[in-house]
Design a protein around this ligand. Structure first.
Ligand code: MN
Length: 293
């Protein structure tokens, strides 16, 4: 099932080139009041939600997908984690660019076969989440903002110290993630956390639709020019190990996002650019790059 948030806060079921307005299903989610529990309510209550979506489907208003404004399907993850340098060719090729390397990355990654095991995951502020409708607002016009196309894994079941063998049981689904990045010397958590620097979309795809998340072709184009194109199979630390590493440190909550690293081909975007991304099994989305107001 593909669930989207569209035209403000409508809940949509995506089928082909149509969106069915199943907002009535949101009634299946419990009302929340202080203290709000950690986790994304949509993903946390997926078991109750999905049957309600099926019920709402009958008689739902149908809209052409091309005419709706898509926001991030996730609204309240407790954290967005991300794997550094998790594609070998990204490390080998992209860090030859001084603007990417910043005099630190090549040195830090030399001889390191599995960077995430050595350096762990980093966190991005949850306030950085945006959808394709909002797009990316470049925060520092005098500095480089780069695109990093990534597969976003969405946690469904809470857990700590999750063993590799059980890790996939904790995955609720997937979306495409953009780990937008200001290049520079600051800590990753700072440079990658500007508002709109985590684009999630175009929708949330439940895990049953993606039998092998390590065999998805994904691509990114800027103004029609293809810049990134790779299989998720090229990731160095795979999803079960990323979940094991992450949960060895902190509890994973429903809706938490793991950005699994970017393949080769990262590069700058500037206001006026139009970015299109696609991932097999998930879909495509296009968003605009504008200047921060
Ligand atoms: Mn990244």
């Amino acid at each position: 099932m593909k669930l989207c948030r569209f035209n403000g806060d409508r809940l949509g079921l995506v089928e082909g080139d149509k969106v069915l307005d199943v907002s009535a299903a949101v009634e299946a989610l419990p009302a929340v009041r202080w203290p709000v529990p950690l986790g994304d309510p949509l993903v946390k209550h997926l078991e109750q939600l999905l049957p309600a979506v099926q019920r709402a489907r009958a008689g739902a208003r149908t809209l052409p997908l091309a005419e709706v404004r898509l926001s991030s399907p996730l609204t309240n993850p407790s954290k967005v984690m991300a794997a550094p340098a998790n594609y070998r060719l990204h490390v080998e090729l992209d860090t030859k660019d001084a603007g990417v390397d910043q005099g630190v990355h090549r040195k830090a990654l030399e001889g390191v076969e599995r960077p995430t095991e050595k350096y762990g995951l980093f966190l991005k502020a949850t306030s950085a989440i945006a959808g394709p409708a909002e797009g990316v607002q470049v925060i520092l016009p005098d500095r480089r903002t780069d695109h990093e196309l990534e597969l976003a894994v969405v946690i469904g079941k809470a857990g700590h110290s999750i063993p590799r063998e059980k890790a996939m049981d904790h995955v609720a689904g997937y979306c495409i993630g953009l780990d937008m990045t200001v290049r520079g010397s600051e800590d990753r958590s700072f440079r990658k956390s500007a508002d709109s620097y985590t684009v999630l979309g175009p929708w949330f795809v439940t895990a049953d639709e993606i039998p092998d998340p390590h065999a998805l072709q994904m691509s990114l184009w800027v103004n029609g020019e293809r810049r990134q194109h790779s299989s998720t199979g090229a990731m160095t630390i795979d999803i079960p190990d990323l979940i094991a590493i992450a949960s060895s440190m902190y509890t994973l909550y429903p809706g938490d996002v793991i950005l699994t690293g970017t393949p080769e081909g990262v590069g700058p975007v500037v206001p006026g650019d139009v970015v299109k991304v696609g991932c097999e099994g998930i879909g495509e989305m296009t968003f605009a790059v504008t200047a921060h107001a």
